[in-house]
Write a protein that binds this ligand. Structure first.
Ligand SMILES: Nc1ncnc2c1ncn2[C@@H]1O[C@H](COP(=O)(O)OP(=O)(O)O)[C@@H](O)[C@H]1O
Ligand SMILES: [Mg+2]
Length: 245
């Protein structure tokens, strides 16, 4: 059994009397794309936020690259953040910064991994070319389409060369063609950089296209997991509900 790059065991998270995650467990193996599907409000974003330390949890353990994240110092969190890229729901670019400045921002923050970089241009250009937007360095976010913003956000994540990328609804709000382009990009990043990813979506076509494995988050739990083919053939109505008629 290889060591999982992420291991979540028996995670619980409530907001007051609202029990969102109730004994949720999953592993992410090196190099795989795992898609998590669940209804709106089922706790997908909460789960990802627990993973990156944006949300606390009530019980359970989360190990990332062999470290229990509950015991990390601020310094260790900083190191981990260069290895775990997180693409928020929406793009969350800094509106007052150019594309170049948006991409430089994480590089300048995480000097430990890269040292003090005098000329960021090669880093910025490599990241932008990976998303097909090498010509946009001096544009402002409000000059970009929704799909371009999403790509720039992805480039900003890639610039740190993370081993893990977490995507929260990467195609939501995009038209079908642009969505497909983003999915192709996510796949090409997986094969080029050998990243391991968790991708949250409620789009079953996205799941089929991009996942090596799927997990259904139902009632706060890992209700079922398997390949798209395996899950799409299940008779259980809770599982069937995710797949097309
Ligand atoms: N900070 C918060 N305070 C209270 N309730 C929250 C908070 N964050 C999320 N929730 C609730 O937790 C549930 C799961 O949210 P979320 O993980 O965002 O759902 P989704 O699966 O659509 O991403 C929702 O009912 C949401 O209202
Ligand atoms: Mg969400």
């Amino acid at each position: 059994m290889p060591n999982s790059i992420i291991s979540i065991k028996n995670l619980y998270k409530s907001f007051g009397s609202h029990h969102v995650l109730r004994d949720f467990s999953m592993n992410l193996e090196e190099g795989e794309n795992v898609v998590i599907m669940g209804k709106s409000g089922s706790g997908k974003s909460v789960m990802i936020k627990c993973l990156v330390g944006l949300e606390s949890y009530d019980a359970g353990t989360i190990d990332i690259m062999g470290k229990n994240i509950n015991n990390l110092s601020e310094d260790e969190w900083d190191d981990l953040r260069t290895e775990v890229g997180f693409l928020f729901q929406g793009s969350a670019l800094y509106d007052s910064m150019t594309v170049r400045e948006n991409l430089e921002f994480p590089l300048r923050r995480h000097t430990k991994k890269f040292g003090e970089i005098e000329d960021t241009t090669p880093y910025v250009m490599e990241a932008l070319e990976n998303v097909g937007l090498g010509h946009t360095t001096e544009l402002m976010p409000n000059e970009l389409s929704g799909g371009m913003k999403r790509r720039i956000a992805l480039a900003r994540t890639l610039i740190l060369k993370p081993r893990i990328i977490l995507y929260d609804e990467p195609t939501t709000g995009l038209d079908p063609i642009t969505s497909k382009e983003i999915l192709i990009l996510i796949k090409s990043i997986q094969s080029k950089y050998k990243t391991s990813s968790i991708i949250i979506t409620h789009d079953v076509d996205c799941a089929r296209f991009i996942s090596n494995r799927m997990i259904l988050l139902i009632d706060g739990k890992n209700y079922a997991e398997g390949t798209y083919e395996e899950l799409s053939q299940q008779k259980d109505p809770n599982i069937k509900a995710f797949f097309k008629m």
